[in-house]
Design a protein around this ligand. Structure first.
Ligand code: GLU
Length: 493
């Protein structure tokens, strides 16, 4: 049997860690088993729908670089893949259930139903959720009468007839057998709204069936919908797909991951300069394991190693520091050329270089990559770390230049010595240049560190910087001497 899985987002929000995890697990499962991964847009909730979220979805996955085999943008044999383009079919499926006695017309006004919701809460009712929601008033209307009222144009919705007793059993791939008392299931949920739009439940089940979905891997927050969906499959006489509710993703305080914990939208991670490889690798590990004792996996490897049996029951804790670690690892793996391309947009956004830099800048940036690679936690760190390569750093406060136990005059004198030594160095020979400063230190009795500290601040604007001699080599003598002289004058002023 061909495995067919789907990612079925509702475009009512930005793509976030949880949604990307769902998409990724579906993708990886399809890859691991030679199956098909489908994107279906569940845009039935028109009040919360926004085109911007659809764009965000496409942009996010284009950036992440893993893609569906069938979907709205690329088509496929069971399209359309957007539910709003499939609206015509849902009514007939809802009517089919009515004719089978598995669903019924409900003529209650929205106000009446809304009042029922507000009058009772789960806590008040006995026996859980069944005691709130809808009181099933229209369930007992004679079907022929109901059909003629509906046919004559009386406003109505169609509700699923949830059995009043018995149980519905879910065999969840991860959670095992779960028995739901039908009496606890949401009482007679709406399948078709009064405007003819399907609800999530109807559209989701009908489309999973029509699209030949064999496995549903989705977030655990959908677990309460599972019995309802299973009841619908039974009512239609369809075999349900295998279902797997993925482990929750929590923040470090044990609560569901949310903005309170930090960034959750993929956009934010992207802007901050996380690499796609790091995000994919880390998100793939949220609730699944691959190979003992190993953390770093490419998307391709994950697609080979993914196993449903290796999904964990325990919730996954989202650890921002761990993700940062992954990011560092992947930054370190990049070649100078690759890393240059990745930092370029950040440097250009910070107006340090043109969006398409000239050759001189490209050489400079590429040459700087070995110097900054270890210091970059995120790509967005690049402008602050690298600014001194593109423009003279603002003159630091005098104290910054002054080695311990010395004063401004002495620091200025050191800069003069530095300028003299530098002028005598072959800057292409890093080791030799350093040696020249050691010789100067030995000859003058000045500490090696004291000789270099004011120079570092003059060149980079800070006591903490990428390697000094390599920076000097990149910038060239005239630039360096100008900075040293400006700093010397600043110290004397
Ligand atoms: N449209 C639902 C969502 O936004 C899909 C849930 C499911 O996978 O069944 O997550």
């Amino acid at each position: 049997m061909e495995v067919r899985v789907r990612y079925a987002p509702s475009p009512t929000g930005l793509q976030h860690i949880g949604s990307v995890r769902t998409a990724l697990f579906n993708y990886l499962y399809a890859r691991s088993i030679g199956g098909t991964f489908i994107l279906r847009l569940e845009d039935t909730d028109r009040t919360r729908y926004s085109e911007q979220y659809v764009q965000n979805l496409y942009e996010t996955f284009r950036w992440l670089g893993f893609y569906w085999d069938e979907g709205p943008d690329i088509g496929g044999s069971v399209g359309p893949y957007v539910q709003s383009e499939r609206f015509d079919q849902y009514r007939s499926y809802a009517e089919e259930l009515v004719s089978k006695g598995e669903a019924y017309y409900c003529f209650c006004s929205e106000e009446r139903v809304a009042k029922m919701h507000s009058d009772s809460t789960p806590e008040e009712g006995e026996g859980g959720p069944a005691s709130y929601g809808y009181d099933r008033a229209c369930r007992s209307i004679d079907p022929t009468e109901a059909a003629s009222r509906a046919a004559s144009g009386e406003a109505h919705v169609i509700r699923l007839r949830i059995p009043l007793d018995g149980t519905t059993v879910l065999n969840d791939i991860l959670l095992g057998e779960i028995q739901f008392r039908n009496a606890d299931v949401n009482p007679d949920p709406v399948l078709l709204k009064s405007d003819g739009f399907p609800t999530y439940h109807l559209a989701n089940v009908v489309d999973d069936h029509l699209m030949g979905i064999t496995h549903v891997l989705r977030a655990q927050e959908w677990l309460p919908s599972a019995p309802l969906h299973l009841i619908m499959y039974r009512a239609f006489g369809w075999a349900p797909p295998h279902i797997c509710h993925l482990p929750m993703v929590l923040g470090d305080d044990g609560h569901k991951l949310s903005k309170r914990h930090g960034a959750t939208a993929l956009n934010e991670f992207r802007q901050k300069g996380y690499l796609r490889e790091a995000l994919i690798n880390y998100v793939a590990m949220l609730g699944a394991s691959y190979e003992e004792g190993r953390d770093l996996f490419s998307l391709e490897e994950l697609g080979t190693l993914f196993r449903l049996e290796k999904i964990n029951k325990a919730p996954a804790i989202f650890d921002y520091q761990k993700l940062e670690w992954f990011n560092g690892q992947y930054i370190r793996q990049k070649s100078d050329g690759e890393l240059m391309e990745l930092v370029l947009p950040y440097l250009s956004d910070a107006h340090l270089v043109e969006p398409t830099p000239d050759n001189r800048h490209r050489t400079l940036i590429k040459g700087a990559m070995p110097l900054v690679r270890e210091r970059l936690h995120f790509l967005a760190d690049a402008p602050a770390i690298m600014a001194y390569l593109f423009r003279d750093p603002p003159l630091a406060a005098k104290e910054e230049f002054i080695p311990k136990k010395l004063d401004a005059l002495k620091a200025a004198a050191i800069l003069a010595i530095d300028a003299r030594v530098l002028a005598a160095c072959d800057l292409d020979d890093i080791h030799g240049s350093e040696e020249k400063f050691r010789e100067e230190s030995a000859a003058s009795g000045m500490k090696f560190g004291d000789l270099l500290m004011p120079l570092r601040v003059a060149v980079t604007g800070s006591r903490v910087s990428p390697p000094l001699f390599e920076s000097i080599q990149l910038l060239g003598l005239p630039t360096i001497l100008a900075r040293v002289e400006a700093s010397r004058l600043h110290l004397l002023a």
